[in-house]
Design a protein around this ligand. Structure first.
Ligand SMILES: Nc1ncnc2c1ncn2[C@@H]1O[C@H](COP(=O)(O)OP(=O)(O)O)[C@@H](O)[C@H]1O
Ligand SMILES: [Mg+2]
Length: 273
């Protein structure tokens, strides 16, 4: 058995971590056209905690995140096998007809802040209107709440009609988080949310992640191991084996960081790979 196959068998034998599991994948495989990108991923994501997905570039971390709210549907020629469960539901079989409703429950924040080129207000009002909220008072109240939640209200509450593009990068990213939160998701997926931010804005987003986990299940992809150590309750290491992404090890952050059980995890955490 090679090292990767061994790791996969090991993962399958592992018991799930305690607590409620919000999302879980079973034998998940993803291909782009004929090219496999993920193979046999069995990952359990606990509720109301931060799960950090770490691993080298090209190990399928972003692709995996996109499987969790079917963003993969938006790329042509993707094939998914296995299952992704959100609570009791299989997101393909049970929620198949309505990926937009699924994405309301499983929101996403991307690597580079991507506010719409409209006012701060409109960035938050648009998704709400799209989901049928029209009452101006209700819009104002939900928008204020979301901005307070991400610590932006004090900074921008008096200039909601200004373009979102006038905000700093860190503020734009917090606005994008607020844009996901106005729809009251259960899960927030974040793909390297700090990779284009300065250290102060990064600290601000990390603090925010720590607060949001009390209300949301958070899955954050990060290439920054120090950040994973700071924010994660659970950790999953992905690896690229012969061009295909695999899950190598998962578990509570303290256990994985202090006592990694797979040699690839040890080497990766020590910076040897
Ligand atoms: N939309 C896509 N179409 C085709 N191949 C893709 C697409 N997105 C990612 N890939 C491929 O899937 C593999 C994993 O990529 P990715 O999920 O971005 O890894 P990571 O986020 O760990 O860097 C890479 O080989 C990448 O080229
Ligand atoms: Mg990526």
């Amino acid at each position: 058995m090679d090292r990767i196959t061994e790791a996969t068998s090991y993962i399958q034998e592992q018991d799930s971590s305690s607590g409620n599991i919000c999302l879980c994948t079973e034998s998940l495989c993803l291909s782009y056209g004929t090219r496999a990108a993920l193979e046999n991923v069995n990952l359990r994501i606990p509720s109301r905690a931060v799960t950090a997905i770490i691993g080298p570039s090209g190990s399928g971390k972003s692709s995996f995140l996109c499987c969790l709210n079917r963003m993969t549907d938006l790329c042509c020629s993707t094939t998914i096998e296995g299952s992704v469960r959100l609570g009791e539901h299989d997101i393909h079989r049970d929620l198949g007809k309505n990926p937009i409703a699924l994405r309301r429950r499983v929101g996403m924040v991307f690597q580079h802040p991507n506010p719409f080129p409209f006012s701060i207000w409109k960035n938050l009002a648009l998704p709400l209107k799209h989901h049928g909220v029209r009452n101006k008072q209700e819009l104002s109240s939900v928008i204020e709440q979301a901005l307070r939640r991400v610590g932006l209200w004090e900074e921008v509450g008096d200039r909601l009609r200004d373009s979102a593009l006038t905000l700093s990068g860190g503020q734009q990213q917090r606005l994008c988080i607020a844009r996901a939160l106005v729809l009251e998701p259960e899960v927030l997926l974040m793909d390297e949310p700090c990779s284009s931010l300065d250290p102060l804005s990064t600290k601000c987003i990390e603090t925010l992640i720590g607060q949001l986990k009390n209300s949301y299940t958070i899955v954050v992809v990060t290439h920054d191991l120090a950040q994973a150590r700071r924010v994660a309750d659970h950790v999953a290491l992905f690896w690229n084996a012969d061009g295909v992404g695999r899950l190598i090890e998962q578990g509570p952050a303290a256990r994985v960081f202090q006592h990694p059980e797979h040699e690839l995890t040890t080497s990766y955490l020590e910076g040897q790979l």
